[in-house]
Write a protein that binds this ligand. Structure first.
Ligand SMILES: [Zn+2]
Ligand SMILES: [Zn+2]
Length: 332
């Protein structure tokens, strides 16, 4: 099979040919049909995340079909379409796992980071962390739901019942969550890189009431904000833009350092929180919700061997929606 691997951080992915992996007990072998490109993949490639298995096959928004069921797998059958997200395994016995917070398990392992992921023709996954996917989506369209959608939705829930919601960074996650928020009758304010008219137009097309530069003030104060961009200086910016009692949610796994800020912008019961990973319950809830909204994902397809180009397009904000890698023979 073909796979794109990262041998060491801060280097380009390399295309290799190797035999497909074999599924162990409780695992399924998946023939990959599409794999989304997430900003977290860039953080792995850039060495911002410091505990990868190396070499690693990145990719944790995997859509594929079960090719072989390992011992003990009864939940899925061969040929069934499944999705594989970022959370690849958790211990099941620690206090976090026992209380519905497996996203915080210290022993958890993550797809495309500690477990080889979906930038390949085949991958193996623990079936307990795979999900059936709604039929409403093509393989490529379903891929961004698996991280941008799931973790975006977890972040959105953490923002509470805000009527006026700010989204900083209008990429894959924001383009999904904006649709959910508008569907629920919320007013969305979208913030992009200064001068990125294309992203601003895209946000307005998806129902945002206002779109502008992250350096601009929104037309009125907001009740909550979610920061999807990995830019720490946006935290004080967002705090200044939310009303008393407002929440700022940091949705990414990595952010540049946050500059110091005066206490008065946190005062009046504003709060700041981060969101880490996802739980399987998040996945079940969001995958049921997405077709009801319905969330339409905008994807840009790249052949698998062009993974480095897709990553650079993401880095430079040149994508509308999400990039998705398609293995050869799967029809780009
Ligand atoms: Zn645990
Ligand atoms: Zn991701």
């Amino acid at each position: 099979m073909h796979a794109m691997i990262l041998e060491k951080p801060r280097s380009a992915l390399i295309e290799v040919q190797r035999p497909p992996p074999q599924p162990g007990p409780e695992q399924v072998l998946i023939k990959v049909a599409a794999c989304g490109v997430c900003r977290t993949d860039l953080h792995v490639v850039d060495g911002d995340l410091t505990e990868p298995k190396l070499p690693i096959v990145p990719g944790h928004e995997i859509v594929g079909r079960v090719a072989v069921c390992g011992e003990g797998v009864e939940r899925f059958h061969e040929g069934q379409r499944v999705g594989i997200p970022w959370l690849g395994w958790s211990c099941g016995i620690c206090k976090y796992c026992r209380t519905g917070r497996e996203n915080l398990c210290a022993k958890a392992r993550y797809t495309g980071y500690q477990i080889d992921g979906g930038y390949a023709d085949y991958t193996v996954a623990d079936h307990r962390y795979c999900f059936p996917l709604p039929d409403d989506y093509t393989d490529a369209e379903a891929a961004p739901l698996l991280c941008a959608g799931l973790i975006g939705h977890r972040s959105y829930r953490m923002a509470g019942d805000a009527e006026r919601l700010g989204l900083y960074g209008f990429g894959a996650a924001a383009h999904i969550i904006a649709q959910v928020a508008v569907h629920e009758g919320r007013r969305v304010f979208a913030f992009t890189r200064p001068g990125d008219r294309d992203a601003q137009d895209f946000a307005l097309e998806l129902g945002a009431e206002w779109a502008g530069s992250s350096e601009a003030s929104p037309p009125e104060e907001m009740d909550a904000a979610i920061i999807f961009a990995p830019v720490g200086s946006l935290l004080p910016t967002a705090l200044r833009a939310v009303a008393r009692g407002g929440t700022v949610v940091c949705a990414g796994i990595h952010m540049s350092d946050i500059p110091s800020f005066p206490y008065r912008i946190l005062w009046e019961e504003r709060s700041v929180r981060s969101v880490a990973n996802l739980t399987r319950r998040d996945a079940e809830e969001f995958l049921a919700l997405a077709p009801k909204v319905p969330v339409n994902t905008h994807v840009q397809r790249y052949q698998l061997h062009r993974a480095n180009e897709a990553l650079e397009a993401l880095r430079h904000g040149r994508l509308r929606g999400a990039a998705v890698l398609i293995p050869q023979g799967q029809g780009v």
